[in-house]
Design a protein around this ligand. Structure first.
Ligand code: NI
Length: 226
């Protein structure tokens, strides 16, 4: 399930990220790529351990913790500390797979990458190219979102970033280990939650809302690992 989450960052947080990242020191993006990814990766990113990356990452995580759509869609167990990349003119990231398991910096604990996330930080009119192309069962989807908008998609998909023809594309990217590892089960829960929210907002029958909410939690209880 590919999902577009609009306005994942507030205007103030987005502006802070954009301003700070204009002055940032960027390193070769291959520092964190897997063997397959490194061969096709040509971009730059913030060093994972840099205080700047950690500060901006905290801003992003704080925003996501308050985002009901993000929580409902991903049911996060663990979120990898957000990283930041920059694609200047000519930069690209060829078709690749995200490593299934990543070590969390510092603790050495493992994170299974169930869901990949890209938070667009550059307005789409400041660069040409740079579309995120995601391969799925129904073909290739092209994603290029307004600044501050987020896309989440199954990490099982091959994906790539098209070469930049003009300007620069700055984004934040990270992975989520979901409490529900199966994509289809997650999608069922997401759809059920959306129906419950809609019934609540439209004054649906109270007993039916309670029953559906009960079913949602029983499915979550059946499928979730925490
Ligand atoms: Ni990737």
């Amino acid at each position: 399930m590919l999902l577009h989450i609009p306005d994942a960052l507030s205007t103030e947080s987005l502006q802070e990220c954009q301003t700070v990242l204009e002055q940032a020191d960027w390193i070769d993006g291959r520092a964190t790529a897997g063997y397959q990814g490194a061969a096709v990766k040509n971009n730059t990113q913030l060093a994972e351990s840099s205080p700047l990356a950690q500060h901006l990452g905290d801003i992003v995580l704080a925003a996501l913790e308050r985002n009901p759509l993000f929580i409902s869609a991903t049911l996060p167990a663990r979120v990898y500390p957000p990283m930041f990349n920059r694609y200047g003119e000519g930069a690209y990231f060829g078709s690749h797979v995200d490593n299934a398991i990543r070590l969390l910096p510092g603790s050495g604990a493992k994170l299974r990458t169930d869901i990949s996330a890209t938070l667009f930080l550059s307005a789409p009119d400041v660069y040409d190219g740079g579309e995120l192309l995601i391969e799925g069962a129904s073909g290739v989807q092209s994603v290029k979102l307004p600044a501050g908008h987020l896309v989440v998609y199954p990490s099982t998909s091959l994906h790539r970033v098209e070469p930049i023809r003009r300007g620069a594309r700055v984004a934040c990217f990270f992975w989520i280990q979901s409490m529900v590892r199966d994509t289809a089960q997650r999608a069922l829960l997401f759809d059920t939650d959306a129906a419950i929210q809609r019934l609540r907002q439209t004054g649906g029958d109270e007993r039916a809302v309670a029953q559906l909410t009960n079913t949602y939690h029983n499915l979550l209880r059946m499928w979730a690992d925490t």
